[in-house]
Ligand binder design. Structure first.
Ligand code: SF4
Ligand code: SF4
Length: 416
């Protein structure tokens, strides 16, 4: 098959070819998998394929494996499960597939059927599954571990970088920030990373919103968005969390529910409707919110050269790329420079970081090299997960740049 420069023509031929080689089946899932024309375009942007050059570790190979499993031509096994669970769910493949297969979605579905065959990281998966309903207990245990054991173990080279566990979860700090000059009312969907690791980012967002005249609600009844559970194949459990969040947040009287975590935002906007037929109304990403509402303050920073890293779920998942750059360009004193492949994954991808450590480190190191090659003094991103990975990789490389979430930058720029 020859790639035609006009994508529409290419899609037409691809679809005709798909109908010819892949007869339709009764199953919608198999039907979706059968649309693959094996063109391999998705491989060119798949980080796990590019890292291993193994067909089965790339998007096309995974779609083929799932198709053969669904058609009962293959039996589930640990080896096949490993190929499906090693996907980072980054979504880089989804936007380039000429026939529009939602590859991350078929992978989520495939993981449900393969979870019992997947032996790697069993303990970590069981621990994560068990922790989600007991986040406050786990938070206390991790605090204790960090206080007593982490430093000596890290010094001995026995454990990797671990972000600081907050002394108090963000959503335990306050419920409503009143504003005398109220122009509107907004709520924050913090997500587990902000609640337990980066409450200062939640505080920065509250400061910005208060200074703009909003009353801010931080909702105690928030549950995990469900992304970690769904990514492990525990769909029913993820649906339970989705329903809890939908019920809680749709009761809050607010013009917008603002999220600082692109994974939470993408899951709530894109997956909750598929899983439950409903979603949290008015949920917006922080960059979208400030682009639409504007920032009514002078923004100025001590002269700084900044490069922006696109989180996968924000750029591939939600198509938000221009908004954070537009915000950064508005700050006096900021020189924005682009790194090579700013939207390539940082290598975090939740449990992938721990179950596929070597690959995660290799992908992460490429990102660190792209950042250092710009000579920027600061890398800015919009995702707490990316911040954790960038910090770990930066320490491993002993690099010197600063790492900031965009809310931190806006908060600082309003105070200069
Ligand atoms: S979601 Fe990312 S890692 Fe998974 S198949 Fe697609 S490009 Fe590859
Ligand atoms: S880009 Fe789409 S059609 Fe082409 S190999 Fe990948 S999944 Fe199949």
């Amino acid at each position: 098959m020859v790639f035609h420069p006009d994508r529409k023509v290419f899609v037409y031929y691809a679809e005709q070819f798909a109908l010819f080689v892949c007869p339709m089946s009764e199953s919608g899932y198999l039907q979706e998998l059968s649309r693959c024309v094996r063109c391999g375009i998705c491989k060119t942007s798949c980080p796990t394929y590019l890292s291993t050059l193994n067909e089965a570790m790339g998007a096309r190979g995974r779609v083929a494996i799932l198709g053969e499993l669904e058609a009962k031509h293959l039996n589930p096994s640990g080896t096949l499960a490993d190929k499906i669970f090693s996907c980072m769910l980054c979504g880089a493949c989804k936007n380039v597939c000429p026939v529009g297969i939602d590859i991350p979605e078929v992978i989520y579905q495939g993981r449900q059927g393969l979870k019992d065959s997947y032996k790697k990281g069993r303990f970590l998966r069981a621990a994560t599954k068990g922790s989600i309903s007991r986040l406050n207990t786990v938070h206390r245990a991790l605090r204790l571990y960090q206080f007593l054991l982490y430093k000596p173990l890290q010094k001995a080279g026995m454990v990797d970088y671990m972000p600081h566990i907050a002394s108090k979860p963000f959503n335990k700090t306050v419920q409503i920030y009143k504003n005398r000059k109220k122009i509107g009312r907004v709520a924050i969907f913090a997500g587990c990373s902000i609640n337990y690791l980066y409450p200062d980012l939640g505080q920065s967002l509250s400061n910005i919103l208060l200074s703009q005249g909003y009353e801010v609600v931080v909702f105690k009844g928030e549950s995990c968005c469900g992304a970690p559970l769904r990514s492990m194949g525990f769909q029913e459990e993820a649906v339970t969390l989705a329903n809890k969040n939908i019920e809680h947040f749709n009761r809050v009287r607010a013009e917008a529910i603002i999220s600082m975590c692109p994974t939470c935002t993408m899951v709530i906007k894109e997956q909750y409707p598929l899983l439950t037929g409903n979603t949290i109304n008015n949920l917006v990403d922080i960059n979208e919110f400030f682009t639409e509402s504007g920032i009514k303050s002078n923004l100025e920073l001590y002269p700084s050269t900044i490069t922006y890293h696109d989180p996968c779920h924000l750029s591939y998942g939600l198509g938000i790329r221009d908004e954070p750059r537009a915000i950064l360009k508005k700050i006096k004193g900021v020189k924005l420079v682009e790194m090579k492949h700013p939207d390539s994954c940082c290598g975090f991808a939740g449990l992938f970081k721990y179950n596929y450590k070597e690959m995660s480190d290799e992908i992460g190191m490429q990102k660190i090299n792209s950042i250092t090659n710009t000579s920027a003094d600061t890398v800015v991103t919009s995702c707490p997960g990316c911040i954790t990975q960038l910090e770990a990789m930066k320490q491993a490389k002993n690099a010197q740049f600063k790492i900031k979430h965009i809310v931190e930058v806006i908060d600082e720029a309003m105070q200069e």
